[in-house]
Design a protein around this ligand. Structure first.
Ligand code: NAD
Length: 429
């Protein structure tokens, strides 16, 4: 079935499991191989808190429109919760739950003292003026005040949000409590306490993981490696840029409207400049225009899905040519596609490892905000690299030891850390 979404975008509907179903299937698969207490297994399957809000926003024409949003805290076992805020028409409580659970595993995997959270508002931000977006963000932030805080739950950007939204949230929170609280959000602009390197961090971490995977496969000639990137937002565009800067041949990129393919490699700075000027990839000269589906099955060595969940499915997985998939997005591969790709011998560097660069530099930003002492970019990149390479090594070790795929291994490392913390803390009361 084909459905038409807002703005005439069309999507093919197939029986893709919901994001939360995927998250739970992955969890069950990992815990089935682990020796952890049944009570802990059951406890960690559930989101700890779910907060739903419905709130009014005044449109520029004076009318009032109601919007719905969520904030889910999956686990506070290892510390305050951390996770992005998404503005998208696909936002559902199910999706936010899944993303919150993945944040718990991601933070534990890179050993940050956080639990997982996620938020979302059901809105297409492209349909809002700047003023409407500000009013929506401030009102959503005001609704979240009971559940967020610098020692409680620290939001960050995700799909459809960025530094500007974080600045509005920081200001709204600060005005409410009566003093500036930079550590209430991460991913802020630099001049109000953001961190050097935060904007690029997720894409940079994706490429650190890609290089680590290739190095372990014995590949040393970057120029011979063809890379395709789905999604050209914060994660995808920076991943494409770092791949290009490291001499990889980036043959394909895409956004929601479709993508570009050039077997000889795209000039990524030119594509970024075109995107900035036109807010779409359509019309860029020097490449063939392809669909997102064609990008996924295009001729490439490395595929980086960096748009959204549920993109690599049972339907397209058998046609994927890449031998390495590095997940920039959260949950881009369904469990059925996972099985097919594993069977085909494709290595998948899972989301909770591959895109952990964002939350890692968010952690650096939070620490810098709490201390009012700021690092230079070289320090951020050095510490980010150390953490990503260490986590990659721990996952690779688990793969060897348990003879499992990288996703299961990554979840096992992460879940063990959370379960150990739960055991030592005990159950309240
Ligand atoms: P973004 O809004 O900046 O970019 C999203 C990109 O995906 C855009 O280019 C958009 O056009 C494209 N897109 C949206 N729907 C699509 C579709 N149906 N098909 C193809 N392309 C589509 O978002 P982002 O921050 O880059 O996040 C992308 C993914 O990475 C999400 O899964 C997010 O949860 C994950 N992620 C983001 C961060 C971060 O720091 N921003 C960190 C970790 C994970």
């Amino acid at each position: 079935m084909v459905v038409t979404l807002q703005h005439g975008h069309q999507a093919t509907m197939e029986q893709i499991p919901s994001a939360y179903e995927t998250a739970l299937r992955q969890y069950d698969r990992a815990v089935s191989r682990m020796d952890i207490d049944d009570n802990a297994v059951e406890y960690l399957r559930w989101p700890q808190r779910e907060f739903s809000v419905n709130f009014p926003v005044r449109r520029d024409n004076g009318s009032i429109e109601m919007f719905s949003g969520y904030r889910v805290h999956h686990s506070t076992v290892r510390g305050p919760t951390k996770g992005g805020i998404r503005y998208s028409l696909n936002v559902t409580l199910d999706e936010v739950r899944a993303l919150a659970m993945w944040m718990t595993w991601k933070c534990a995997l890179v050993n940050l003292p956080y639990g997982g959270a996620k938020g979302g508002v059901l809105v297409d931000p492209k349909t809002l003026s700047l003023g409407e977006k500000e009013r929506l963000t401030r009102r959503y932030a005001a609704e979240l005040i009971p559940v967020i805080g610098p020692q409680k739950d620290i939001p960050a950007p995700d799909m459809g949000t960025g530094p500007q939204e974080m600045a509005w949230i920081m200001d709204t929170y600060s005005m409410t409590v009566g003093y500036s609280v930079p550590a209430i959000v991460t991913g802020k602009p630099l001049n109000i306490g953001g961190s050097e390197g935060r904007n690029e961090a997720t894409g940079r971490g994706v490429i650190i993981c890609m290089m680590e995977a290739l190095k372990r496969q014995g590949v040393h000639n970057n120029a011979g490696i063809k890379v395709a990137v789905q999604g050209f937002g914060n994660v995808g565009s920076h991943a494409a840029e770092y791949a290009w800067e490291n001499d990889f041949r980036v043959v394909a990129v895409s956004d929601i409207d479709g993508g570009l393919y050039n077997a000889d490699g795209l000039d990524i700075p030119a594509v970024r400049a075109y995107m900035k000027a036109n807010r779409t990839l359509k019309g860029f000269q020097g490449a063939d225009f392809i669909t997102n589906d064609e990008l996924i099955t295009s001729q490439c060595d490395v595929l980086i899905p960096a748009a959204m969940e549920g993109q690599l499915t049972e339907r397209n997985a058998p046609h994927i040519k890449a031998k390495l998939v590095v997940e920039g997005a959260n949950g881009p591969t369904t469990t059925d596609a996972d099985d097919i790709l594993n069977e085909m011998g494709v290595t998948i560097v899972p989301d909770i490892l591959a895109n952990a660069g964002g939350v890692t530099v968010s952690y650096f930003e939070w620490v810098q905000g709490l201390n009012s002492f700021f690092w230079d970019e070289a320090e951020v990149v050095r510490q980010l690299s150390n953490i990503m390479v260490k986590a990659y090594g721990e996952v690779a070790h688990m793969v060897e030891e348990q003879r499992v795929d990288m996703r299961t291994a990554a979840q096992m490392v992460a879940i063990k850390r959370v379960a150990d913390a739960l055991t030592i803390r005990g159950i309240y009361p």
